[in-house]
Every structure is written in C-alpha cells, then in structure tokens.
Design a binder for this molecule. Structure first.
Ligand code: BT5
Length: 273
C-alpha cells in the first residue's frame, strides 16, 4: 500500500491494550489518555457492553466477532480543526477493507459502506482546554467556536464488522460484515495491522496539511450525488458535491443554493432507511 505522502512511520498501536470486555473502548481510551497515555495508544476489546455511535446511539458490539478499537491521538492542531480527523480515519478504514479484498465507499461524515450497507463506523471524541491566551468570550465571537481551545487528546473510535453473519432485525438490511462480503474467513490480525498503518499515514497527512491534503482522496472514495440531510428534524434535499475547506459537506439544494452541512445524518438516494 502506498500513500501520496510517502513512507510514514507507523505510530498507531505502538502501545496496544487488549481488553476482554469493556463498556466502550472510547471510554477506556479516554481514561488512559487522561492518565497520560501517549499518542498512538490503542485499546481493542473483544466485546463492548455499551458500544456507542453518535448522538447517544448504540453500536452493536457482540463478543468475539468484530473489531472495536480506539486510538489516542494528540494532534498539534486547534480544537476547531479536530472533527475532520474522522475523514482521515475513514480513508484508513477504506484502505484496510480494500486490502481484505472488499470494495467500499465513504459516506459523510463517518460511515463506511459496502454494497450500500454499513460495514464500519467512526466515533471521534475530543478533550480540550481553554488556553491562557483565550480572548474574552465576547471578543472571541462567542463560546463554542473552540478556536481558543488547546486539544488535550482526541479519541478516534472505530467499529468494523468482521465476522458477524447474522445481525439483529433492526440492522438486518442496513449492516454488513467483511465475512458476509468475502464469503470467507477474515484475518483479524492482518486487518488490524493494515488499519493501524493506514491511520498512522492518513492522520499524519491530515495533521500536516488539513482537509486540503486528504480531500481529493476522500472524494474519490465517497458516495456523493443525490442526498437528503437530516439534522435536528430539518431536512434538506440536494446534490452532495464535495468537501469544504474544514471538512463540511457541500450540498447544492434543489433551489440551487449552496449549503455547508456540518452536522446531521446523510441519507443517500436508494439507501434503505
Ligand atoms: C457510528 O455512529 O457509526 C460510530 C460507531 C463507532 C463504533 C466504535 S466501536 C469502538 C468505539 N467504541 C465505541 O463505543 N464506539 C466506537 P452513528 O453514525 O451514530 O451510527 C450508529 C447507527 O449505526 C445505529 O443507530 C445503527 O443504525 C447502526 N449500527 C449500530 N451498530 C452497528 C453495527 N455493528 N454495524 C452496522 N451498523 C450499526
């Protein structure tokens, strides 16, 4: 596998903690990060009893079947730039999935799909702290922009369905696994090694050059085109055409207006939900 950025030292997974069971590897990794765990620490669990998606959703995490992995990252970027790390992680998942012989595509912001079904999901969480040089809230353009916050750590949580053959009813038509896609056994160690190498390379590229450095690769592998964006009860229909400089999805609405989507769920044309 080669990356446009050239050879990169693989740092993701230089410390690896394997748990039999935990509530969520993101929580376990965040706990370690708060205690000082170094950049590149990885937590992998055989089972999660409270695996999480975004917005409090559940991530189906049966024991022994799939990959539940969280990576501690300490990037030298401002807090407001962190969410787009999810796009870099998606590229790493795609590469690992491809190296297992399965074609897949990305759906903004955090889904990896095979034959239109969800094969993997990414949950990025951050801890940041206001810096002493932070401007007073009124001068800073309000709270929540995060521009004056220093990143303490970022947890990139990745769930990949490896061996699941039968999903619960509610996921039956939405989800798939590598085993279902290949019809054969999955080499778990090789998959994890490929994923960690990809995370090292793509996150380095993102940290050095921002979204601009990964946007073309991301768009090459993404499902764009007709979409419905659902955010907080609001629905926008249009054509997803690419990424903005900060990683927002650009959607041209039916009225011709260009919109930046920074949150919410994207439903692709023909997707079964
Ligand atoms: C995600 O959320 O896709 C992020 C999933 C991240 C999971 C990893 S596992 C390691 C780490 N530790 C954690 O606790 N989490 C991370 P979201 O976009 O909100 O999608 C959630 C939705 O995906 C659910 O509401 C279901 O519809 C669907 N889903 C749940 N479990 C699934 C599975 N195993 N495979 C495919 N789809 C699933």
């Amino acid at each position: 596998m080669s990356y446009p950025g050239g050879a990169t030292t693989s740092w993701a997974g230089r410390r690896r903690i394997e748990l039999d069971s935990c509530a969520s590897t993101n929580d376990a990794a965040a706990g370690l990060a708060r205690d000082g765990a170094e950049h590149g620490t990885v937590v992998v669990a055989r089972e999660q009893t409270a695996g999480r998606g975004r917005l409090g959703r559940t991530w189906h995490s049966p024991a022994g079947e799939n990959l539940y992995l969280s990576l501690v990252v300490r990037p030298e970027v401002p807090a407001h730039a962190v969410p787009s790390i999810t796009l870099a992680a998606g590229l790493a998942v795609i590469d690992a999935v491809n190296s297992a012989g399965v074609a897949a595509s990305l759906k903004w912001p955090n889904d990896v799909l095979a034959r239109g079904r969800k094969l993997a999901g990414i949950l990025t969480e951050m801890s940041s702290r206001a810096t002493s040089s932070a401007p007073p809230p009124l001068a800073g353009g309000g709270l929540g922009g995060g521009r004056s916050h220093r990143v303490e750590h970022v947890i990139v949580g990745i769930g990949v369905n490896l061996d699941t053959q039968v999903f619960p009813d509610e996921l039956d038509r939405l989800a798939t696994s590598l085993a279902i896609e290949t019809g054969g056994p999955v080499d778990r160690a090789a998959f994890e090694a490929a994923l960690l190498a990809g995370l090292s390379a793509w996150i380095d590229r993102w940290a050095a050059g921002g979204v601009a450095a990964i946007a073309e690769a991301w768009m090459d592998r993404a499902r764009l085109g007709p979409v419905k964006v659902v955010d907080d009860g609001q629905v926008v229909e249009g054509e997803a055409v690419g990424l903005d400089g900060d990683g927002a999805l650009i959607v041209i609405g039916e009225d011709g207006a260009r919109r930046r989507v920074t949150a919410g769920d994207v439903v692709l044309a023909g997707e079964g939900r």
